[in-house]
Design a protein around this ligand. Structure first.
Ligand code: SF4
Length: 467
């Protein structure tokens, strides 16, 4: 056992956050001490994201700082793990600050690789040579088993908020949307056995977790065949629902082309499955959707939303959009704005297109929308999304909502008075609305009733209601 200090910095999506927390638990169990300060660390690990150019630039700027730090602390060891490590491989190792690069499929090996890098004092590369291979190849099976073992072993309390936990239902993606790097860095789609997911959910429930979110790049593609039976996402939702102390279940992210009614029916039938759907459209223009290889038209997407709302009437829908995709005209952009107006999303993430090396869009499509046009369109869509959310959220004024408390609010909301025993708390409703109110910090992890007295596009404000 050693007692060296390690600083772990994580970029990117919920999958990455989960990977980081599993790794932190594994390292702590192996005698490492976690530190928030890179300056006092013996090892710095950066868990990276490749989905947007901006995320990679931030990693490189971070590596620049570490290179500088290494001048005064030459024994500092720097590891880059995750999607960027898989994407760039040996190129990343050429960076003077980097000692170890390990991809997402090597997550379980990182503690041992760090030890090896320390002992041997040489650069180490651990990535998958051919990441795009069939999901049923023996190699994928072996890797999945090892990652599953790692996940079950290190899914500790520290990985989650007091009240809620994330469980990976599947890894990878087979969709090859033309803008997306994920299939090239996270490999083929593999669903985890329902038995393992259920065991994890059970264990978390025993520790007091009340909300579970099932994770997958296209969670509604979940399929696992065992003893002649194929389990789907609807089956998983049903199974997790049966755990007594779990109150709320979410699942992200849904792909419109893969959606089945059984998921909406499960939502309507099972009270614990929250009426919340994150289903990115990416664009409202059929020309752009085709160029993105999304597999649906705007009409099909709208019909799907209509059907979902006919089965689950109070469904809250969130989405992602890319503006400035190659060839996007003003007319295409207007079609996206039109779709947003029709769906009336609870909230959307809007991204400016940036080519990701190695993707179809990067190789075959010209990034021909000027940066200022992308910026303009980004602002216009954000304004539209916020306007809709602001209008729709007013319906909550005077209503009392059930809220699962996450804990003290990190961003102070200026309109709220705060006292030592009644700090500003943050929580979420079953529909994933953010609610801010004052109350004792001990409420973290508990359900409370909050009467809403003020609303904005992204946040609801209120007071704890005695009822
Ligand atoms: S569905 Fe498309 S956007 Fe989502 S991870 Fe897969 S390739 Fe990327």
């Amino acid at each position: 056992m050693n007692s060296k200090k390690i600083h772990l910095k994580s970029f990117g999506c919920q999958m990455n956050k989960l990977d980081s927390s599993l790794l932190a638990a594994a390292l702590t169990e192996n005698g490492w001490e976690m530190t928030d300060s890179p300056a006092e660390a013996d090892v710095v690990v950066i868990n990276t994201c490749s989905v947007r150019e901006h995320a990679e630039q931030r990693v490189f700027s971070h590596l620049g700082h570490l290179q500088h730090l290494k001048k005064s602390r030459p024994r500092l060891l720097v590891a880059v793990i995750g999607c960027m490590a898989q994407r760039l491989g040996p190129q990343l190792l050429e960076h003077p600050a980097v000692d170890l690069a390990a991809g997402p499929e090597q997550l379980h090996e990182v503690p041992a690789l760090l030890q090896q890098a320390i002992e041997e004092r040489r650069k180490i590369l651990a990535v998958t040579e051919t990441i795009r291979r069939p999901a049923d190849s023996p190699d994928v099976h072996t890797v999945s088993e090892k990652l599953d073992e790692f996940e079950v072993a290190y899914d500790s309390d520290e990985n989650h908020l007091k009240s809620q936990a994330f469980i990976r239902a599947m890894r990878g993606c087979n969709n090859f949307c033309t803008f997306c790097i994920v299939p090239y860095v996270r490999g083929p789609e593999v669903s985890r056995p329902p038995k393992v997911i259920l065991q994890q959910a059970q264990k978390l429930a025993e520790r007091g977790i009340q909300q579970i979110t099932l994770l997958g790049q296209t969670i509604n593609s979940y399929r696992y065949t065992e003893n002649g039976r194929t389990y789907t996402l609807a089956d998983l939702l049903e199974m997790v629902s049966q755990i007594d102390s779990i109150r709320w279940i979410h699942f992200i992210t849904s792909h419109p082309a893969k959606m089945e009614d059984s998921v909406f029916e499960a939502m309507a039938r099972l009270p614990k499955v929250c009426p919340y759907l994150h289903m990115p459209a990416q664009s409202g223009s059929d020309t752009i959707l085709k160029a993105m290889n999304r597999g649906y038209t705007a009409r099909q997407y709208l019909d799907l939303i209509e059907k979902a709302r006919s089965i689950v009437p109070d469904l809250a829908v969130t989405g992602d959009f890319i503006v400035g995709f190659p060839g996007e005209t003003e007319e295409d952009f207007e079609a996206t704005a039109d779709l947003i107006q029709k769906v009336r999303y609870k909230n959307c993430f809007i991204f400016k297109y940036s080519p990701r090396p190695g993707t179809y869009a990067d190789k075959r499509l010209e990034d021909n929308v000027p940066a200022e046009v992308k910026q303009q369109r980004n602002i216009r869509l954000l304004e539209l999304v916020n306007k809709i959310a602001e209008e729709d959220n007013r319906r909550f004024l005077g209503k009392t909502l059930e809220v699962l408390v996450e804990g003290p609010s990190k961003k102070p909301h200026l309109n709220k008075a705060e006292s030592v025993d009644q700090p500003q708390l943050i929580g979420r409703t079953a529909h994933d609305y953010i609610v801010v109110f004052n109350g004792p910090a001990e409420l973290a992890g508990r359900f409370v009733q909050v009467r809403i007295s003020k609303t904005s596009a992204l946040t609801l404000f209120g007071e704890i209601s005695p009822r």
